[in-house]
Design a protein around this ligand. Structure first.
Ligand code: NAD
Length: 297
């Protein structure tokens, strides 16, 4: 079992670190928030005084930070000076592809191992250890990272070289947003045409309108009892998080010269929902905006 540094013990990181501890690893944790750090210590982590303190003498490092600027700040700081030769760095935050390639490049220049490994699955999956990891990095670095990521997830898949994990993540979430909005529109129209939502679900889920957004995450209450729609649209995966990923996708599309008109439209609709107070709601709650009932809550 290994000594692992864990930097960023917020909503996601706290559950992930707890699963590394359950897997028998010694986790040295650091977070700028004293509360987050205290919570990690309750779960069995050793509190470090700084990023450098956590990283020194650790053979692997996980970072789980809010956005690209935080990841750049941590990796451009004291982290490499404190690390032992051969240390493996795994950045599991969702960030822009350029920042992932930049910090991964810095690590590789200094002779360290590095993978970008963003996750699919929200706080519940982080706690349960059932995250899906989308990984970018060399085959050799992936082979070393895989067992650590397996301790926190149910699927660990390499998408390609540095940055590929982030690229897969934003393309996947752009597609998810588009299919969710399309599913919501179809249910809203079905209802206006006098159809019973359950009947529409029974038929469309077995016809060509079927998608994950319909059959696993149905945005109307009833047909799939476990979805946030049955729980007042409590996340789940918050609209504010989806909007962050859609902005990353549009930024990447612009830089890569890709044409993504539906991705742009999805970003605009989620931005509108966020402005109207939907940010903390589950992203499937955009159904309420599209069926016209959001303002009548
Ligand atoms: P969070 O804000 O709850 O946690 C981030 C933690 O990082 C905070 O505790 C903060 O204090 C800490 N931090 C920030 N800068 C730091 C620094 N320089 N040094 C040490 N600690 C620092 O965020 P979260 O919900 O845990 O999300 C983390 C990442 O996971 C994000 O990139 C997010 O997009 C991604 N993600 C989140 C979800 C979700 O449902 N919450 C799902 C998938 C992916």
């Amino acid at each position: 079992m290994a000594r692992i540094a864990f930097i960023g013990l917020g909503n996601m990181g706290s559950g992930m670190a707890a699963n590394l501890i359950k897997g028998g690893h010694e986790v040295h944790a650091f977070d700028l928030s004293a509360d987050a750090l205290a919570h990690a210590v309750e779960a069995g982590a050793v509190a470090a005084k700084s990023t450098a303190d956590a990283v020194s003498a650790s053979e692997a490092v996980v970072t789980m930070l809010p956005a690209g600027k935080h990841v750049r700040a941590v990796y451009e700081g004291e982290i490499f000076a404190a690390a032992a030769p051969g240390t493996l760095f795994m950045d599991c935050s969702t960030i822009d592809v350029d920042s992932a390639r930049h910090v991964g490049g810095l690590a590789k220049e200094k002779g360290f191992r590095f993978v970008d490994a963003p996750v699919s699955g929200g706080v519940a999956a982080a706690t349960a250890g059932t995250l899906t990891f989308m990984v970018g990095g060399s085959e050799a670095d992936f082979a070393v990272a895989e067992p650590f990521l397996q301790a926190m997830g149910k699927a660990v898949i390499r998408g390609g070289d540095l940055g590929a994990g982030q690229a897969v993540k934003i393309c996947n979430n752009m597609l998810l947003a588009i299919t969710m909005i399309g599913t919501c529109e179809a249910f809203a129209l079905a209802q206006k045409l006098g159809l019973d939502p359950q009947k529409f679900f029974d038929i469309s889920s077995k016809a060509s309108g079927q998608s994950w957004s319909m059959t696993s995450y149905c945005p109307v209450p009833g047909p799939v009892p476990t979805t946030p729609a049955n729980n007042g649209y409590k996340p789940g995966f918050a609209t504010a998080m989806m909007l962050k990923d859609l902005k990353l996708a549009q930024d990447a599309a612009q830089k890569a010269g890709a044409t993504t008109p539906l991705g742009a439209q999805a970003e605009a609709l989620y931005a509108m929902f966020d402005n109207l107070g939907g940010g903390p709601s589950d992203f499937s709650g955009i159904y309420k905006l599209l069926d016209g009932s959001w303002n009548q809550r």
